[in-house]
Design a protein around this ligand. Structure first.
Ligand code: CP
Length: 314
């Protein structure tokens, strides 16, 4: 049996990871894929129970975590939305988490309030995985995004990577930018000026001596190796008129992608709305559905690492 060294109880944000941690996660994911091919996954997390707490809507994150747990032989308990939780009766997140701790071995939580995962993790001894906290972070998405880049194009070193769309509210972007600072990447940020990357992230890049380009011109993706496209995050706008003004800022069609000289790898965390046309889907470099599928493998690895599980060795 093999147990990977992983010095974290919780997964809260991307900046908690060292380069060594990231390498461990990629290696553990590769091992999971090998075990999957050998039909040897079931039983690795037998006897473990995962609480799936999704206080905000989700398709990919919730179902891929639940699939991951069950493919490893673990089981799940789940709650979706505040309306079916006693939080709707006024119970605090702290009290809720004390109950979750009594009922389960690990919890995965999505919550609309930035910082809520950290509060939850400090309340309990079981591992807490942040599955998205408001406009804050979504670290497991960033890890599967990185895994996708590595799987499809190799390590990110030397690559020019465009981030397109709602860089202000897009938590997947926030997490991936922080993760990619461990590599020698050229960052290109493409967005309407009102949805630019928050100042704190830009300051951090500058402090680390990492240069980046910022533009509103979508054509800047044409000389990039990877384009990470995101939707305008409607649910984060306090001002409806502001959203209406920005909602149709850009749409990427097949003809636009074909005009590029490079075979730019197209990623999107999904869901998409109108920023990425379905006529792109059949292009070989459109990797976003493969990206979502890799999420199960990465999340199986993360569950094993957080639960300090042994994986079968050869
Ligand atoms: N990418 C992502 O977080 O998708 P869901 O909101 O469907 O979980």
């Amino acid at each position: 049996m093999k147990r990977f060294h992983f010095p974290h109880k919780d997964i809260i944000d991307s900046q908690q990871f060292s380069r060594e941690d990231i390498d461990t996660i990629l290696e553990a994911t590769n091992r999971i894929v090998e075990l999957k091919q050998q039909n040897r996954l079931f039983g690795i997390l037998q006897g473990k129970l995962m609480a799936s707490l999704f206080f905000e809507s989700s398709t990919r994150t919730r179902l891929s975590f639940e699939a991951a747990m069950q493919r490893l032989g673990g089981r799940i308990i789940t709650t979706v939305g505040f309306q079916f939780s006693s939080i709707s009766k006024g119970e605090t997140l702290y009290d809720t988490m004390k109950m979750i701790e009594a009922y389960s071995d690990i919890a995965v939580m999505r919550h609309p309030v930035e910082g809520s995962s950290r509060i939850a993790a400090s309340a309990v001894k079981i591992p807490i995985i942040n599955a998205g906290d408001g406009a804050g972070q979504h670290p497991t998405q960033a890890l599967l995004d990185l895994y996708t880049i590595v799987k499809e194009r190799g390590l990110p070193n030397g690559k020019r990577i465009a981030f397109i769309g709602d860089l202000k509210f897009g938590r997947t972007i926030h997490s991936l930018v922080k993760l990619l600072t461990h590599y020698e990447v050229e960052f290109v940020f493409i967005s309407p000026a009102d949805l630019a990357l928050p100042q704190s992230y830009r300051k951090e890049l500058i402090a680390k001596g990492i240069s980046f380009d910022e533009t509103e011109d979508l054509k800047a993706m044409w000389d990039c190796d990877v384009a990470y496209i995101t939707r305008i995050q409607e649910e984060r706008f306090a001002d409806r008129d502001e959203f209406e003004r920005l909602r149709n800022s850009y749409t990427i069609h097949r003809a636009f992608v074909q005009a590029s000289k490079k075979e730019t790898l197209l990623l999107h965390p999904l869901p998409r709305v109108n920023e990425l046309s379905t006529d792109v889907d059949e292009m070989p470099n459109a990797a976003y559905f493969r990206q979502a599928a890799y999420g199960v493998d990465v999340r199986m690895a993360l569950l094993c690492l957080c639960l300090q599980a042994d994986m079968p060795s050869d």
